[in-house]
Design a protein around this ligand. Structure first.
Ligand code: AMP
Ligand code: ZN
Length: 112
């Protein structure tokens, strides 16, 4: 989709540090990390948010990739947080669905 930042990263037009990739998604380091490990899992297909997803397999792929990223980043045993911000009040700033994988420090609850 034109003018979409994450579509630009998927196409290679915008630089990003890719840490994991499958045919349907890629995982990149967040440019403004909120934890020692902060990776975004992004489907190659443009879908604005969780509200617009009509493909359960896509959601499964995103979560399985989040788990794989956590393993590769060695935060799986100590623990990690998976966040899927949806629409404005959640804090979603990029309208292309993505899953945050955060770890490497203790997380607080409730989240802000
Ligand atoms: P959200 O607020 O849930 O929409 O998350 C968007 C995330 O994308 C934020 O954590 C940003 O730091 C991150 N971000 C924005 N631009 C880039 C970029 N060019 N490369 C990597 N991460 C980015
Ligand atoms: Zn997009």
């Amino acid at each position: 989709m034109a003018d979409c930042l994450f579509c630009g990263i998927v196409k290679g037009d915008v630089k990003a540090e890719v840490v994991y990739r499958t045919p349907t998604l890629l995982a990149i380091k967040d440019i403004n990390p909120q934890a020692p490990v902060h990776v975004l899992v992004i489907p190659t297909q443009h879908v604005e948010s969780l509200n617009e997803v009509d493909d359960a397999e896509l959601l499964g792929d995103l979560l399985m990739a989040a788990r794989e990223v956590a393993r590769q980043q060695r935060i799986d045993v100590r623990g990690y947080r998976v966040v899927l911000n949806t629409k404005a009040e959640s804090g979603q700033t990029v309208p292309h669905i993505h899953v945050h994988v955060l770890g490497g420090r203790a997380m607080h609850w409730p989240p802000g």
